[in-house]
Design a protein around this ligand. Structure first.
Ligand SMILES: Nc1ncnc2c1ncn2[C@@H]1O[C@H](COP(=O)(O)OP(=O)(O)O)[C@@H](O)[C@H]1O
Ligand SMILES: [Mg+2]
Length: 549
């Protein structure tokens, strides 16, 4: 009954009118609830506020408390699953007039008793007496009668969340009694485990202090569950857990055996005995370990149960990850293969370039010779990209490296007496290989033109050749400018039929979907601007990005 009132008073925190103090907001919420407004349980924008937002703006919990709640909710699926129940985490509102639902979890082992999302809901003190009792008496408190407001009997309990000897929040556990399973061994074991865990939450020993948040999904109850007694012997094994151990090569029964010893015995024999695995399998440390044996890989997660200061045993969650690990290995080999192919393509391109160079040396007609040398450079710029890709973990390259090397190659070709070294500023950032290869060729052509046509004879002392790159709004802008002799008077980019600019035009416009402009540079010389759509740059911004490199 109390719950019914609490639900009806439901108001979403994110619907608060902005610019009011908390007491005003709470007052506003209560007034709306009493007017009987039918408020949608979700925010207007369809999002549910986060634990952080709610805790920081509407409770007086400190950083360490909020951190504790985070670590609790990162792990409380376990409690929901073992309890076959929904969990709602309520934190006291900072003005002491009620409770705010800051997180919610549904069980994966049974039907939910809460159809709607309740995160962000406010409940007055009188609406949720259960929470108050649990907080004040500092123990798990069960409502004597089931709640029938939703048409099904729901048993509610308040579990105080204790940190550093203070109750910082209360978990409301809602069990749908209609769907309660028959009291099988499995259910009894689950519920008993849940009660131990709930008591640990109330005593401030769960979540495990200092335990690191798990980056990979930890095993769930449904993956397989073992219950160990005080001595580390298995007292219950779910069918999935049994199967996982069978696949590891266990012929004997799990029940009654010491899990630490048995598990160590199943490990692939050529590997040294893993002490930490034994500790985990014996249920002594709250950690995750992996057993590799008989061609199978099984993940174990152990949750030591210590209630009222004494060990009652442990829960060990068991998950067969053989397929997952196999796929990971496959992906790793695939990556390695792709890198090897790039390496070979680079070698082949270098061979082609070397052959062309040999042929060029044998030619006497200067024009033919120059044409072959140009081909050598074009092939070379593609090889640079493949070389970089052969070291890249993905098909994404740091184009700044490539630009450096392309510029160096172009500089080398300009004859020694009037060398103008290209200067690079800004940053290209990371680019997919599909963009990198054509762009490397474009850059080669533009640099080549500047060196060849901009500074055709003796270099001026103040010869300037600059490549500036900038990423903005998912576009890459590359400007190649020189202060050389400038474009011929009849220059027209669109009608130019010479090979170099034709290549540039085709690559920039048709292949990369970008824009190209080649115009006289203000102050003399030539300026070529390439503007490409390249998507978002995943690399962190460089602080020195406007400095010359
Ligand atoms: N940076 C530059 N400075 C002066 N002239 C240029 C520049 N870039 C291009 N041009 C002119 O554009 C013409 C076409 O260039 P391109 O298509 O690369 O052919 P090629 O380099 O083989 O002559 C060049 O011959 C040159 O007259
Ligand atoms: Mg050219």
């Amino acid at each position: 009954m109390a719950r019914a009132a609490g639900r009806q008073a439901a108001v979403q925190a994110c619907q608060y009118p902005p610019g009011r103090s908390l007491p005003e907001q709470l007052e506003w919420m209560r007034s709306i609830a009493h007017e009987g407004n039918d408020l949608s349980p979700r925010c207007d924008n369809g999002t549910v506020p986060t634990l952080n937002d709610l805790a920081r703006s509407h409770t007086s919990l400190g950083d360490a408390d909020v951190e504790w709640l985070h670590s609790l909710v990162s792990d409380w699926q376990l409690l929901a699953d073992l309890s076959f129940a929904d969990l709602i985490l309520w934190a006291p509102a900072s003005d002491g007039t009620g409770w705010l639902a800051v997180a919610q979890m549904r069980p994966t082992t049974g039907p939910t008793s809460l159809q709607d999302d309740v995160v962000g809901t406010f409940a007055g003190l009188e609406d949720q007496r259960l929470l108050d009792v649990a907080r004040n008496e500092r123990r798990i408190w069960r409502e004597s009668d089931p709640d029938w407001t939703t048409g099904v009997p729901v048993r509610t309990e308040g579990i105080p969340v204790t940190r550093a000897n203070r109750v910082i929040a209360v978990i409301e556990r809602c069990t749908n009694l209609n769907s309660a399973r028959t009291s099988s061994r499995l259910e009894l074991t689950y519920v008993q485990g849940a009660d131990d865990l709930a008591r640990m939450v109330a005593e401030g020993t769960f979540p495990f202090p200092g335990a690191e948040a798990m980056l990979v999904r930890s095993p769930r109850v449904g993956d397989g569950l073992l219950r160990l007694g005080k001595s580390g012997r298995v007292s219950y094994a779910s069918p999935n857990a049994q199967s996982a151990y069978r696949r590891l090569g266990l012929a004997a029964d799990l029940i009654g055996s010491e899990l630490g010893v048995i598990t160590a015995g199943l490990c692939a024999s050529d590997e040294p005995l893993d002490e930490s695995l034994m500790v985990v399998a014996a249920g002594r440390a709250p950690r995750v370990a992996e057993v590799d044996g008989n061609g199978s890989v099984v993940q174990l997660r152990s949750i030591p149960l210590i209630v009222g200061g004494s060990r009652t045993g442990a829960l060990v969650l068991v998950r067969d990850v053989t397929e997952l690990r196999r796929r990971e290995r496959e992906l790793m080999t695939k990556d390695a293969t792709i890198r090897e192919i790039h390496h070979r393509v680079k070698n082949n391109l270098q061979t082609v370039a070397a052959l062309l160079r040999l042929q060029a040396r044998r030619l006497h007609a200067p024009e033919a010779r120059a044409a072959l040398e140009e081909a050598v450079r074009r092939v070379g710029s593609i090889a640079v990209v493949h070389e970089t890709l052969s070291h890249a973990p993905e098909e994404i390259v740091d184009f700044d490296d490539i630009a450096d090397r392309v510029a160096m190659m172009a500089g080398e070709v300009s004859s020694a007496e009037f060398r103008v070294a290209p200067k690079l500023t800004g940053s290209f950032g990371l680019l997919p290989s599909l963009v990198a290869t054509p762009l490397a060729m474009v850059l080669t052509e533009l640099l080549q033109n500047a060196l060849q046509h901009g500074f055709p004879s003796a270099a001026k002392d103040d010869g300037l050749l600059e490549v500036a790159a900038a990423r903005e709004n998912e576009r890459l802008m590359v400007t190649v400018s020189d202060n050389g002799v400038g474009l011929p008077g009849d220059f027209d980019l669109d009608s130019s039929t010479s090979l170099g600019l034709q290549i540039v035009r085709t690559l920039v416009i048709s292949e990369l979907g970008g824009r190209l402009r080649i115009t006289p540079r203000p102050g003399g010389g030539t300026e070529a601007v390439v503007d490409l759509p390249v998507g978002h740059d995943p690399s962190p911004p460089r602080s020195e990005s406007t400095q010359p490199r």
